[in-house]
Design a protein around this ligand. Structure first.
Ligand code: UD1
Length: 339
């Protein structure tokens, strides 16, 4: 298959490119590089020993997108391209709506024009808002507590409407839990803009000495050690989930919603301990007030993905930490340093 990846140079996108190439697919990437690096794609090419096509374009540029669809015989689209910082989305809601929702609308229009009707959409467990219980199943009520979450939920709704309007469409909504880690080569990984707001990149930057300590946002949650609990999932497992979703849509067309998580939660303190183990370094931390908008615990019921996609996560916490640390050590400045 020839797969178009929007946002293919980003963190999850680049890992998925690699797995697609390894599985023998052709890959076309569209990315505006607003929060990613072309270097990631060079490294993907090197790791896979195969080429891919890269277009530096913005999804909102309909003419550019039309050109891209006309130059390749695309079978399906995996749509990663989006802005994803919750805090920034509160400050700049228009930017988020335009980038995430307008971008998706333009992409869908161009897909329709080109007769490409298979889409795997990068959604998030953020669409469950503050879940009433855990583990979280796909049929739980949906809500959004910030503009970022609202854009993801809106795109899910748009895709649902499109499928209901024309069941020739094939759609998989994949709701990711907390992706962490990196390809074991340490050649590609997460390279956040500025100071990371997510836990694991922040921890690895503390371990390498860029920040003095981790701030643990709250130790008074109703969880075993009082700190937040999340379903951390290795980015390679997550990427492979996209391949399984594509295969499933090919074999059995339709509309599918799946959680991609491990089904197991770890607390912030457990994650710090596991990273100390992986790095062999002491990681100082300090308890700070809760971060507004955070939920106490969120982990997936992954049984639908197992049943529908034949997929489950196989990489454990130790590997997530080893691979995240390996990437951090080999690339202390992310893609900005080295070759
Ligand atoms: C966050 C977003 C979520 C988004 C996901 C994308 C929020 C509220 N949620 O998920 O919508 O889909 O990123 O990656 O921003 N923590 C600390 N110290 C830190 C950073 C985090 O204690 O410096 C804690 C948090 O309070 C939380 C856990 O670590 O309990 C995980 O945080 P994070 O990595 O930011 O992910 P989420 O908040 O789950």
């Amino acid at each position: 298959m020839t797969i178009l990846l929007t946002g293919g140079a980003g963190y999850i996108g680049s890992h998925t490119c690699l797995e697609l190439l390894r599985a023998g697919h052709q890959v076309v990437v569209v990315d505006n590089l607003s929060n990613s690096h072309a270097k990631a794609l060079d490294r993907v090419r090197k790791l896979a020993g195969k080429d891919l096509v890269f277009h530096r374009e913005d999804l909102r540029d309909a003419l550019a997108m039309e050109r891209i669809f006309s130059t390749a015989d695309i079978t399906a689209v995996i749509h990663f391209a989006a802005l994803k910082a919750v805090g920034e989305s509160v400050q700049k809601p228009l930017l988020y709506w335009d980038n995430n929702v307008t971008g998706t609308l333009v992409l869908l229009e161009q897909m329709e024009k080109a007769g490409v009707r298979t889409m795997v959409f990068s959604s998030s467990c953020t669409v469950y808002g503050d879940p009433a219980s855990v583990p979280i199943r796909e049929d739980f009520p949906l809500s959004a507590v910030n503009p970022y979450g609202m854009t993801k939920l809106t795109c899910e709704r748009i895709l649902g409407d499109i499928y209901r309007g024309d069941p020739a469409w094939n759609v998989a909504l994949l709701r990711y839990f907390n992706p962490v880690g990196a390809d074991p080569s340490g050649e590609i990984g997460e390279d956040p803009n500025g100071i990371p707001s997510n836990l694991v990149p922040y921890i690895t930057q503390v371990a390498i000495g860029k920040h003095p300590e981790v701030l643990v946002y709250g130790n008074d949650y109703p969880t075993p050690d009082g700190t937040g609990v999340r379903d951390f999932i290795h980015v390679t497992d997550l990427s492979i989930g996209h391949l399984r979703a594509l295969e499933r849509l090919e074999a059995c067309p339709g509309f599918l919603v799946c959680n991609l998580g491990t089904g197991r939660g770890y607390s912030v303190l457990e994650m710090i301990k596991a990273m100390e183990q992986a790095s062999g370094r002491k990681i100082p931390y300090r308890i700070a007030p809760r971060r507004s908008g955070d939920v106490a615990e969120a982990w997936a019921d992954p049984s639908r993905a197992r049943a529908e996609l034949g997929w489950s996560a196989t990489r454990g916490l130790d590997q997530m930490c080893e691979d995240a640390w390996n990437w951090q050590v080999k690339n202390p400045e992310g893609y900005g340093g080295g070759s």
